[in-house]
Ligand binder design. Structure first.
Ligand code: PLP
Length: 397
């Protein structure tokens, strides 16, 4: 009998992927499902990026590159971080990874010893928990309230920190809530962290470019945080490049070195062709990126307006990313054809089976009263999906 190792056997399956699999099952039966469950832009990669990849193939850029990527790309990323994020970035502190996911996993594996505490702002992205579990760390969740845009307070952070805390981890803009922390709010967190100088912050900035507030701030830009922040970012979301698998981290030199050592034994560098594409993306025209952000903002407004018309759904205004995470707990305990909707998972299954709309239950994100709706879909699909959701919710008694 084959026995899978504990570390993997115990790992929870990605909830977003589970929903996608169920949606595909319905589609095989010929049912058209509107998928608002996935975390990727519905746009194509901009042309100038695709051209750079085609050229890289023709130029035979087909060999192993250095583990943290070829120098030109690391330099371009360092320049971006200096210019746009005010980080004192040097190329040797930049490690290019196979998606931001690997950057996060690298950083967590390099920092967290078994039993170390990792403070996570909640609702949180599903994979954070699995990554902490793989490192045998102990997650400590700080819950943000929907009435305050799911924001965690400096007081909550202070109460959670102790001498076992190793890392504080959050995403801003957040998946699943779209919450964006301002410079002042991040300053307040940095002030709290002054009393815990050994704690490292991992700041996941993958949705940086999908931000509707008009300004963006990286906590690593504060002078007193320079040596204690791992900044994670990548190309998947902002540049519509999810499948290319390029992310990166910027970290204090000893952490960057450790990540390179780990990655060198694990995956080596990411794809050489994708590196060339990423270089074109980061040095190239940002107009397509701004156009995508505007489209996401328009769709957010569309979804918010439609949600306002649905009784019993608690909303707020997401400031970034392409998700809204409404509270639907007023429907729990209601039933349809004798079947009771006990929780967000039941509600999502009901909406998938009856409205043919795929969403994700909030449980996996640490918020069991909520569901995640992705608005990375066309205006028509969003309008139709919200119409169907409204109709089917009205049938619950
Ligand atoms: N961080 C957050 C908050 C995400 O939502 C995602 C993707 O869903 C990632 C990181 C990983 O992105 P990548 O595709 O670059 O691995």
């Amino acid at each position: 009998k084959i026995q899978i190792a504990e570390r993997v056997a115990c790992l929870s399956e990605s909830a977003t992927l589970e929903m996608a699999a169920k949606a595909r099952e319905l589609e095989r039966q010929g049912i058209e499902v509107i998928k608002l469950s996935l975390g990727e832009p519905d746009f194509y990669t901009p042309d100038h990026i695709k051209e750079a990849a085609k050229k890289a193939i023709d130029d035979n850029f087909s060999f192993y590159t250095p583990v943290p990527a070829y120098l030109e790309l690391r330099e371009a990323i360092a320049e971006k971080l200096r210019k746009e994020n005010s980080l004192p970035a040097k190329a040797e502190q930049v490690v290019v990874t196979t998606g931001a996911k690997q950057a996060l996993m690298n950083a967590i594996l390099c920092l967290v010893n078994p039993g170390d505490e990792v403070v996570v702002f909640s609702p949180y992205w599903v994979s954070y928990l699995a990554m902490i579990e793989l490192a045998e760390g102990k997650p400590v969740f700080l819950h943000g309230d929907i009435n305050n845009q799911f924001k965690v307070s400096p007081g909550q952070l202070r109460a959670a920190l102790n001498n076992k805390t190793k890392v504080v981890l959050y995403s801003s803009p957040s998946n699943p809530t779209g919450t964006v922390y301002s410079k002042e709010e991040l300053r307040a967190f940095a002030d709290v962290l002054q009393d815990y100088p050994n704690v490292i912050v991992i700041s996941d900035e993958i949705y940086e470019y999908i931000n509707f507030t008009g300004e963006y701030f990286s906590i690593g830009a504060f002078e007193d945080m320079h040596e204690r922040v791992v900044t994670v970012n990548g190309f998947s979301k902002g540049f519509a490049m999810t499948g290319w698998r390029v992310g990166y981290l910027h970290a204090p030199a000893p952490i960057a070195k450790a990540c390179i050592k780990l990655q060198g034994q694990f995956t080596s560098a990411t794809c050489s062709i994708a590196q060339k594409a990423a270089h074109a993306a980061i040095t190239g025209d940002r107009a397509p990126i701004h156009a995508m952000r505007q489209a996401f903002q328009r769709r957010r407004d569309l979804v918010l307006n439609l949600l306002k018309d649905i009784p019993g759904v608690g909303t707020y205004v997401p400031q970034g990313a392409f998700y809204i995470f409404p509270d639907v707990s007023s429907y729990f305990g209601k039933s349809y054809q004798g079947k009771t909707i006990a929780n967000a998972h039941d509600l999502c299954m009901y909406l998938l089976n009856e409205a043919h709309v795929a969403l994700v239950a909030g449980d996996a994100f640490g918020a069991p009263n909520c569901i995640r709706i992705s608005f990375a879909a066309s205006d028509e699909a969003l309008t139709e999906a919200l119409k169907r959701i409204k109709e089917k919710l009205a049938l619950l008694q």
